[in-house]
Design a protein around this ligand. Sequence first.
Ligand code: EZ4
Ligand code: CO
Length: 402
Amino acid sequence: MRITDARVIVTSPGRNFVTLKIVTDEGVTGVGDATLNGRELAVASYLTDHVIPLLIGRDPARIEDTWQYLYKGAYWRRGPVTMSAIAAVDTALWDIKGKVAGLPVYQLLGGRSREGVTVYGHANGENVDDVLTEVARYRDLGYRAVRVQTAVPGLEGTYGVSKDKLFYEPADAALPGETAWSTERYLGFTPSVFARVREEFGPELRLLHDVHHRLTPIEAGRLGLALEPYALTWMEDPVPAELQEGFRLIRAHTRTPIAVGEVFNSVWDCHTLITEQLIDYIRATVVHAGGITHLRRIFDLAALYHVRSGSHGATDLSPVCMAAALHLDVSIPNFGLQEYMRHTPETDAVFPHGYHFEDGYLHPSEEPGLGVDIDEELAAAYPYKPAYLPVSRLMDGTVHSW
Ligand code: EZ4
Ligand code: CO
């Protein structure tokens, strides 16, 4: 079997998605997600101009060899654009391999390790009462885990808190919007939110919180300590993670579990975090961390150090990425949690898929391959629209970490 064609499909059914479709001489096709939020066209060009010409004529069965060829052969390694492009190729090749074998991809990864993939949803509100209503809504939908984010009183626009509820979308402007940040107000307020949520919902519901990289290690230690009475499943992205050693300081000050990795694109972004047991959950994804092949490598390393998976699953990760993530989630030994932000009906229509939510779990498709496709005709009806994530500034106007 040979690859005869590959094309990049850019579509915006409410938000932008980049999808790679690989076609073979035997008519079997595969899809891979290549969406990089706010930088979509850079990956599209990387694929069209630099990767697709190398794929034509290759044997689609050689997944590992193709991965190594694209990673090592290009001289320039790593980075979100390169790794999202490699991910798209890798994901599409796993899809093809599954279809050729007549098996869902999780069967090729060793089969099921669990009955379903536990997911968490996002409860966010303008104030505490509002967020309590949202947590109740997710509990009533069957969710066993909920991320809780509340606007900080006195701050204009808190990242991660939106007016839309089930379909939250942070990349919302043709040029970046701005949000304000005050560590003092945030640290003073946040523990009181979790006190109320625990009081209302009891000890069993798993609670999570995303700091969106906005603290220093010692501030994160203070927040983690203050949140200990409310037994969070994790505190996410407490600090920007370029300085992996910085997490030693957080660890020294709190027993609140730490999750990080939604912007990581390689095992080299987290090898110190994992091998020094500085984190509890690794949130890297299929699309941004080199596909199923590389993400499995990261999860295997994590398993040796008591670190579980907790993959990012926001709306900018397309249903193709979600489908791929679920095959990994259901098969690996050290699965932790999967983030699940629902896509809009428009997006679901462009990407017909067989995975489904039931009783707090997502279940991968049982169809051969990934069990997801792209309706190219429908996709063409939604042209690309530039959309950026907002920039955060301190109260004095300084650009702040996001
Ligand atoms: O900021 O997906 O945990 N989820 C998040 C998301 C991310 C966006 C970035 O593209 O932090 O809202
Ligand atoms: Co996050």
